[in-house]
Design a protein around this ligand. Structure first.
Ligand SMILES: NC(=O)c1ccc[n+]([C@@H]2O[C@H](COP(=O)([O-])OP(=O)(O)OC[C@H]3O[C@@H](n4cnc5c(N)ncnc54)[C@H](OP(=O)(O)O)[C@@H]3O)[C@@H](O)[C@H]2O)c1
Length: 266
């Protein structure tokens, strides 16, 4: 996909990975609607983009709410034009033992990580299909292919986002509209707690810089990739888990114990 002069919506633009995606799209001449809940962070980012000379707007809102999703699409289309790239990047995390989760926290996670991206796609895909052009990009996770202790609901939301991306991509074959599913491994952003970073070596978790992750995401969009799994050996584990989940049960037993101990002490 040639990015110059395209119109994009990037959700979670105020976050670690979102910010870097936005900067790299701006460098390629994309007009961008920056979506998030934090006006100040979005305004600061918009100011940083000024030297690139792109058209940008900020749209503040909680994307778990239908009105906020409608307003985002309406304003992007009205001010920037038909949206050719939707990057569903906003997401939340819930690292906790399943038994400690509440009804509300589970609902909120699925609203943010799964239902908001699907509903936003529903608002935009028909216009893309009509124009026979466009790409939907869903940011999943390595835990969307490998269920991990302490991440039960997060894993479930990302597995579902992966399934949605795959099914929609197949449904849209021949329509001129593409779907890209991206699975980053750990990335150094505020999504993870300092406490987790402190024990990450013990857990064997690897973390990439958000700039590097964004670079790979933007490259995957330019190359119109269907899927991208970031990081080795995580991408290999995802495949092994698909074929031999029992092997991964025993291979991750030590990490599972450490995570349970970590979450029990919290
Ligand atoms: N960091 C990792 O280790 C990692 C690994 C794999 C995948 N990912 C995925 O990468 C994506 C970006 O994560 P990140 O690490 O950049 O996290 P982050 O720094 O915490 O940023 C998350 C972004 O999502 C936005 N957001 C959350 N809930 C929202 C809502 N209800 N309405 C609107 N915006 C909302 C946040 O907006 P506010 O500023 O308003 O809070 C923020 O801009 C997520 O989908 C995450 O699951 C992250």
């Amino acid at each position: 996909m040639e990015l110059n002069n395209k119109v994009a919506i990037v959700t979670g633009a105020s976050g670690g990975i979102g910010r870097e995606i936005v900067v790299q799209l701006a460098q390629r001449g994309v007009s961008i609607a920056l979506a998030g809940r934090n006006r100040e962070r979005l305004s600061n980012l918009q100011a940083e983009l000024e030297p690139y000379g792109n058209k940008t707007i900020i749209v503040v809102g909680d994307l778990t709410k239908e009105e906020a999703r409608q307003a985002l699409v309406r304003q992007a289309e009205k001010i920037l034009g038909p949206v050719e790239l939707l990057i569903n990047n906003a997401g939340g995390q819930q690292m906790a033992l399943f038994q400690d989760m509440t009804e509300d926290s589970i609902d909120e996670l699925f609203q943010t990580n799964l239902l908001a991206p699907i509903q936003l796609a529903r608002l935009i895909i028909p216009t893309m299909v009509e124009r026979r052009a466009g790409r939907l990009v869903n940011i999943g996770s390595a835990f969307g292919s490998l269920g991990f202790a302490g991440y039960t609901t997060y894993s479930a939301s990302k597995f579902a986002l992966k399934g949605f991306s795959e099914a929609l991509r197949r449904e849209l074959t021949g329509s001129g509209v593409g779907v890209t599913y991206i699975a980053p491994r750990g990335t150094k952003t505020a999504l993870n707690s300092d406490a987790l970073y402190n024990i990450s070596k013990k857990l064997g978790f690897n973390f990439d810089a958000p700039e590097e992750v964004a670079e790979q995401i933007v490259k995957a969009i330019e190359e119109e990739k269907n899927e991208l799994f970031i990081g080795f050996p995580e991408k290999l584990f995802a495949r092994i888990n698909g074929l031999f989940p029992g092997l991964v049960d025993s291979g991750t037993a030590k990490q599972t114990e450490l995570i349970k101990e970590f979450l029990t002490k919290k």
